[in-house]
Design a protein around this ligand. Structure first.
Ligand SMILES: Cc1ncc(COP(=O)(O)O)c(C=O)c1O
Length: 443
């Protein structure tokens, strides 16, 4: 196994070639990454027609994941999600109908707007504590598919930002029994293939999934992959590259592709799988130390550590403040919890510092925060609402108005309220809880 992309670039750059092509830096190390940054010169292949070095690197990655096909994205899972949607929509043509877990990333919402998709929302039977979690169960999927027999694709986000994981094998069984394909947003779970046991969505029966390699593997930000299962319709493999190019830049980053190339090598020939398992084992130990004190650990993802702050008498962001003051930068903190994302590239000292800080927090009177839920009435599709004339008004004045733009913040980019829905009292409470002061409503 080799690193075909990196090998090609190194050999090209070590030759005596006058570079009369893009990019303008000509490999001069101004910030350091330029030597790996080339364009589609002869021999460099092309991401959306990958038959050369990129295709070979993707094959290496595919063999690590056991997929029929793995394709790279250099624009994150934000691109991969849209490409998956276009690919499955193209496969079903006019009969395409998708059901999706309501707590999804904005990439899914944007894909629906751009592709004019009107999803049937799957609501979890249990109200979820935070915005970014609402694990969909096989029963929730079964119920939705029995109420909407026309649905032929199901879209699930698992793991979610908190590290909650859906029962993908049981959901895949429900979907396949009812003739639907299963699409999984596995942005947070690229490493799950190498956990023990292997709990990657493709292993568990998903037809197609995306992994943000950069979130948990040692790749550069922007590195993502789409995997298509060996049991999925072959047509998905034939169209995925074209569907990706529908939304992607025509100048994908060879620096990011090099980073995926290197990671494929580490996963197939290096000790990265072993290091991932060791990291998961240590995180499991940390979870047991913390829950032996009074922490509630949220989620079952093996390499993520999400601690609920409420039983300790804190809000998640207060816990975040304590962590920061002791030199630990968390991934996300909200009202409920603090989310920490260790990886094999953290040192043992890093992880011990996290455990020490959390274990030394003084407990206070436990806090309670009731989970809120709303099922507002949908009166327009996401696309109709998005392109309707709209105005920005205070959240407190939105009762009875139809949202034009979904309301979400950068992190976790999960909508608190969706475009096309009529705002009810419960939605206003949710918007206020997450600190939104204004919203765009249809005029
Ligand atoms: C669940 C989920 N899906 C998709 C994405 C988009 O991934 P990327 O940042 O790789 O574009 C994110 C990003 O945080 C996410 O949390």
């Amino acid at each position: 196994m080799s690193t075909p992309i990196i090998d090609f670039i190194n050999s090209y750059r070590s030759g005596d070639v006058a570079e009369l092509h893009m990019p303008g830096h000509k490999g001069t190390p101004l910030i350091g990454a330029e030597p790996l940054d080339i364009t589609e010169i002869k021999g460099a292949d092309a991401l959306f027609e990958a038959y050369g070095i990129i295709g070979q690197s993707e094959k290496n990655m595919s063999s690590a994941y056991g997929s029929a096909l793995t394709v790279y994205s250099t624009e994150g899972s934000s691109l991969s999600v849209k490409a998956m949607l276009a690919c499955v929509r193209d496969y079903f043509g006019a009969t395409f109908r998708i059901a999706a877990g309501r707590s999804c990333h904005r990439a899914f919402i944007n894909g629906c707007i751009l592709l004019d998709i009107d999803p049937v929302w799957i609501y979890p039977s249990e109200p979820a504590p935070g915005l970014c979690t609402s694990t969909i169960t096989p029963e929730d999927v079964e119920l939705t598919l029995s109420q909407h027999p026309e649905v032929n694709a199901v879209y699930i986000t698992s793991p979610d930002y908190y590290g909650d994981m859906a029962d993908i094998s049981a959901i895949a069984e429900v979907c396949h029994r009812r003739g639907a394909l299963l699409i999984v947003d596995n942005a947070h779970g690229a490493y799950l293939k190498f956990a023990s046991p292997d709990i990657h969505p493709i292993t568990l029966g998903a037809d197609i999934c995306c992994d943000s390699a950069h979130k948990t593997l040692p790749t550069l930000t922007g590195a993502s992959m789409v995997h298509i299962s060996k049991s999925a319709p072959e047509a998905l493999c034939r169209s995925i590259r074209e569907e990706m190019s529908l939304f992607a830049s025509t100048s994908p980053s060879y620096v990011i592709m090099s980073s995926l190339d290197r990671t494929a090598h580490e996963l197939t020939e290096g000790d990265l799988p072993q290091r991932i398992r060791e990291c998961c084992d240590f995180v499991t130990k940390m979870k047991s130390w913390l829950s032996a004190k009074w922490y509630d650990i949220i989620g079952d993802e093996p390499m993520k550590l999400t601690v609920s702050a409420l039983p300790l008498g804190y809000r998640g962001y207060e816990l975040g403040g304590i962590l920061r003051s002791c030199g630990v930068e968390p991934e996300l903190c909200d009202d409920f919890c603090a989310v920490l994302m260790p990886s094999p590239y953290n040192s043992q000292e890093d992880l011990e510092r996290v455990a020490d800080v959390l274990l030394s927090v003084e407990g206070r009177k436990p806090k309670k925060l009731t989970p809120l839920r709303s099922h507002p009435k949908k009166v327009m599709t996401l696309r109709e609402a998005y392109f309707s004339p709209h105005e920005r008004i205070p959240v407190t004045d939105t009762l009875g108005r139809v949202l034009s733009r979904s309301v979400l913040s950068c992190q976790p980019s999960v909508p608190a309220a969706l475009g096309g829905e009529k705002i009810d009292r419960e939605s206003i409470k949710i918007l206020k809880r997450y600190g939104f002061l204004e919203a765009d409503v249809v005029k």
